[in-house]
Design a protein around this ligand. Structure first.
Ligand code: BG6
Length: 511
C-alpha cells in the first residue's frame, strides 16, 4: 500500500462530539496499526478556550471509550497524545487566521511535515464558506512549493436543497480545486459497502445476473432504533430525506447499480456512479404522491418502556411536519435497469438498527412446484448486510426430503464475524486514511452531490408547496407507516422485515 506523507490534520469544530467520538479514536486506531506517517500532528481548532493539555485529556477519554484499540493499547495512547495540539480560534474572524497560520508553521517546522495540511470541517454548515475563504485569504490553500499539498474534508450536509448545494460547490471551488475537496459520506467508508464492489466485480457468478433480465426489484433499507437523540434542533430542519436518502442511500444504490468501472480508481468509479445519478428517472408530482411515503414516529411503549413521540423531542417544533421515515420507489432509466423498481426506505425509531441491500431475483418462468407460491414469489434473494452482523445471505429453494416435491427456502449465510482474525476498520478510519493518501474514491464528487439533490428536489418542493401532503404517524418501534407496503404493489411481495414490530400500543394515523 502507498504510504501516507507527513502532514498536519487540522480539525475545525474540535470541541464537538464527532472529534471526540469518531475522528480522534479512528486516528488512534490508525496509529496503532502503524498507518499514520512517521511525523504527523493533529491540531484541534474551535472557539472554546482550552490548553493543549486539557484537549489531550478530553481526547484521551474519547480514545478509551470509542477507539477499537483503546483498551488494550493504553501505553501507546500517551505517545499518540503528544502529537495532538489545540488552538482556540473564532472562525468568523478573518484576522484570527493569522494566528492559526503562525501556529501551523511552528508545528510544521518542528515536525517537518513539509507544509502538508489536511483540513477537516466538523463544524455547522454555515462555516463551510467562511473557513475556506479565510484559509485562502491567508494562502493556507496553496499547494506547490516543494510539492506540499492542502486538502479539505467536509462533512454533510452539502447544502439544504439543489440551489444551496450548487452554491456551496461554487463557493468551495473559489478557494479549493475539486481534487483538493473531500466530501465525506461515511456510508462509503463502511467495509460492507465497499464489499458491494468486490461482490459484484470479482465474482463471475453474480454479474451476469445483475440486470433487468434476472432481477425483479432491489430493496435498500437503513433503519435505526433510536430517535433523534438530542439532535432535534438540527433534525427538525432536515428530515430523513435530506439526512439519509440524498446522500447515504443514493450513494449505496449507485454502487449497486453502476456499470463495471474501467479501473478501481477514483475517477473511474466516480464516473460510473455519476452515470447512475444521471439516469435516475425524474420524479413527477404524480410519482411523489404515489411513490414516496413519509412518516413521523409517535409515542409508544417498547418492551415496557415509554418512548416519546418525535414532536415531544427537545428542539422539535410541537407541530412539526418533518419526516423521520421515508420510503421511495424509483427507476433507473438505462439498459441494465430498464423497468426494475428500486425501493429504498429509512427511518428512526424503527424496531432495529439494520442496513441492508436486498436483490430480489425473478422467479422461474414456470412454477413447476406450484404449491410453493411463497417460494415462487420470494425465492431467490441476495441480502448484503451492511450493518450490524456484516455479511451476505443467499436464499434458495431446496427439496424437503421425503415424498413429493415440497420446496423449502434455505440460507447460505456468510458473516464477517466468522473471519476470526479479520479486523474490520471503522468508516472514519478508512476515509481519513484515504484522504491522507490523496485517494478520493470513497468521497462524493461535487457533480454527483448536485445530481442527487436534483433527484430529491421535486419531493422537497411537493412537500413544501402542499402543506397537506400526506405525513403518516407510526408508533415508535414499528416498521413505519403501513401504507409503505403498498409501494410494492405485488401480491405476496413485501419489504423484508428483519425483525418484528416492537411497539405494544400506539395507532397508525395520518398527521
Ligand atoms: C448520519 C445521520 O449521517 O448517519 C444520522 O445524520 C444517522 O441521523 C447516521 O443516525 C447513521 O449512521 P450509521 O453509521 O449509524 O448508520
Amino acid at each position: 500500500m502507498t504510504k501516507t506523507e507527513n502532514h498536519i490534520l487540522v480539525i475545525f469544530g474540535a470541541s464537538g462530539d464527532l472529534t471526540y467520538r469518531k475522528l480522534v479514536p479512528a486516528l488512534f486506531d490508525l496509529y496503532v496499526q502503524k498507518l499514520l506517517p512517521e511525523r504527523s500532528a493533529i491540531l484541534g481548532v474551535s472557539r472554546t478556550k482550552l490548553t493543549d493539555e486539557a484537549f489531550r485529556d478530553k481526547m484521551n477519554k474519547g480514545i478509551q471509550n470509542f477507539a477499537n484499540f483503546g483498551k488494550e493499547h493504553r501505553s501507546k495512547v500517551n505517545n499518540f497524545l503528544k502529537s495532538i495540539f489545540y488552538q482556540s480560534l473564532n472562525t468568523f474572524e478573518p484576522e484570527e487566521y493569522a494566528v492559526l497560520k503562525e501556529r501551523l508553521e511552528l508545528i510544521d517546522e518542528d515536525l517537518g511535515t513539509n507544509g502538508n495540511y489536511l483540513y477537516y470541517l466538523s463544524t455547522p454548515p454555515n462555516l463551510y464558506k467562511i473557513i475556506p475563504e479565510n484559509l485562502a485569504a491567508h494562502k493556507l490553500n496553496r499547494q506547490g512549493r516543494s510539492k506540499s499539498w492542502k486538502r479539505i474534508i467536509i462533512e454533510k450536509p452539502f447544502g439544504y436543497d439543489l440551489d444551496s448545494g450548487r452554491s456551496l460547490n461554487r463557493d468551495l471551488l473559489k478557494f479549493f480545486k475539486e481534487d483538493q475537496l473531500y466530501r465525506i459520506d461515511h456510508y462509503l467508508g463502511k467495509e460492507t459497502v465497499q464489499n458491494l464492489l468486490v461482490t459484484r466485480f470479482s465474482n463471475g457468478i453474480f454479474e451476469p445476473l445483475w440486470n433487468r433480465n434476472y432481477i425483479h426489484h432491489v430493496e435498500i433499507t437503513t433503519s435505526e432504533s433510536i430517535g433523534v437523540e438530542g439532535r432535534g434542533g438540527y433534525y427538525d430542519g432536515s428530515g430523513a430525506l435530506r439526512d439519509m436518502v440524498q446522500n447515504h442511500l443514493l450513494q449505496v444504490a449507485a454502487l449497486v447499480a453502476m456499470e463495471p468501472p474501467t479501473t478501481i480508481e477514483a475517477t473511474s468509479i466516480r464516473n460510473e456512479t455519476m452515470k447512475v445519478f444521471q439516469s435516475l428517472r425524474p420524479l413527477s408530482d404524480h410519482n411523489v404522491r404515489n411513490h414516496v411515503i413519509r412518516g413521523q414516529y409517535t409515542a409508544a411503549r417498547i418492551r415496557g418502556k415509554q418512548m416519546i413521540g418525535y414532536r415531544e423531542e427537545k428542539g422539535v417544533d410541537p407541530s412539526s411536519r418533518t419526516e423521520t421515515y421515508v420510503a421511495l420507489k424509483y427507476f433507473i432509466d438505462n439498459w441494465r435497469w430498464g423497468g426494475v423498481p428500486f425501493y429504498i426506505r429509512t427511518g428512526k425509531a424503527l424496531p432495529t438498527r439494520v442496513s441492508e441491500v436486498v436483490i430480489h431475483f425473478k422467479p422461474t418462468p414456470h412454477a413447476l412446484f406450484a404449491d410453493n407460491k411463497d417460494f415462487f414469489n420470494n425465492g431467490n434473494i441476495l441480502v448484503i448486510r451492511i450493518q450490524p452482523d456484516e455479511g451476505i445471505l443467499l436464499k434458495f429453494g431446496m427439496k424437503v426430503p421425503g415424498a413429493g416435491f415440497e420446496v423449502k427456502n434455505v440460507n447460505m449465510d456468510f458473516h464477517y464475524s466468522d473471519l476470526q482474525q479479520t479486523y474490520v476498520p471503522s468508516a472514519y478510519e478508512r476515509l481519513l486514511l484515504d484522504a491522507m493518501l490523496g485517494d478520493a474514491t470513497l468521497y462524493a464528487r461535487g457533480d454527483a452531490v448536485e445530481t442527487a439533490w436534483a433527484f430529491v428536489q421535486p419531493i422537497l418542493d411537493y412537500w413544501e408547496e402542499d402543506q397537506h401532503a400526506a405525513l403518516y404517524g407510526y408508533p415508535a418501534g414499528t416498521w413505519g407507516p403501513d401504507v409503505a407496503d403498498q409501494l410494492i404493489a405485488e401480491p405476496e411481495i413485501t419489504w423484508r422485515y428483519p425483525c418484528r414490530n416492537l411497539a405494544e400500543d400506539g395507532v397508525y394515523c395520518e398527521l
